[in-house]
Ligand binder design. Sequence first.
Ligand code: B4P
Length: 190
Amino acid sequence: MLNLILFGPPGAGKGTQSEKIIAKYNLIHLSTGDLLRSEIQAGTELGLKAKTLMDQGILVPDEVVIGMIDNKLKEHRDAAGFIFDGFPRTVKQAEALDNLLASYNEGISVMVALSVDDEELLARLLNRGKTSGRPDDQNEELIAKRIQEYNSKTKPVADYYQEQGKFVAINGIGEIDLIFGEISNAIEAA
Ligand code: B4P
């Protein structure tokens, strides 16, 4: 079983590269951002609570996203593997994921981290905001808040997997297909 974490700041290319990875490797795509946006769209209580936080660029509570991932893992027991996109975003989420996978005698194969500087992230997200309709892509202050959340709460997750010898860093700036080639190499070496 191949279990991949695609990691990086908001706008690093996680969603973009996930589409290519699932097409090539037949993995189940679990994006907590997409799952939360589905809850918002469906108007659930969870979605309403999440929306207030997401619209301010703040992470939603760990229990909420861990619960969503737990449900999805149960739903796809026979999967050939998973790509975790935008999860885990805190060390608590990383520990919970390890525990959930251990209950299936599984673990994370590799974490691939896309590195992109803040200036490029801002440009990409403002550009996406012109057409995505995503409230969190609409202005500089909100994007800066998301990057700040990433730096304070999410970055330590990289150290967590580095200590386990599962961390691979890739330059996320450049041609989308060339970056995908490097990600494929990291997956095949895992
Ligand atoms: P996400 O949906 O995960 O959004 P994201 O960080 O913006 O990344 P995304 O994958 O969408 O962007 P991508 O880099 O592909 O999270 C949204 C919010 O949900 C969070 O702020 C948080 O509130 C909440 N949330 C989600 N998961 C959570 C968790 N686990 N715990 C707590 N809260 C959670 O693409 C960006 C743009 O760059 C695109 O327009 C793309 O076309 C472009 N791009 C990509 N690659 C490029 C390249 N190589 N060159 C040029 N442009 C490129």
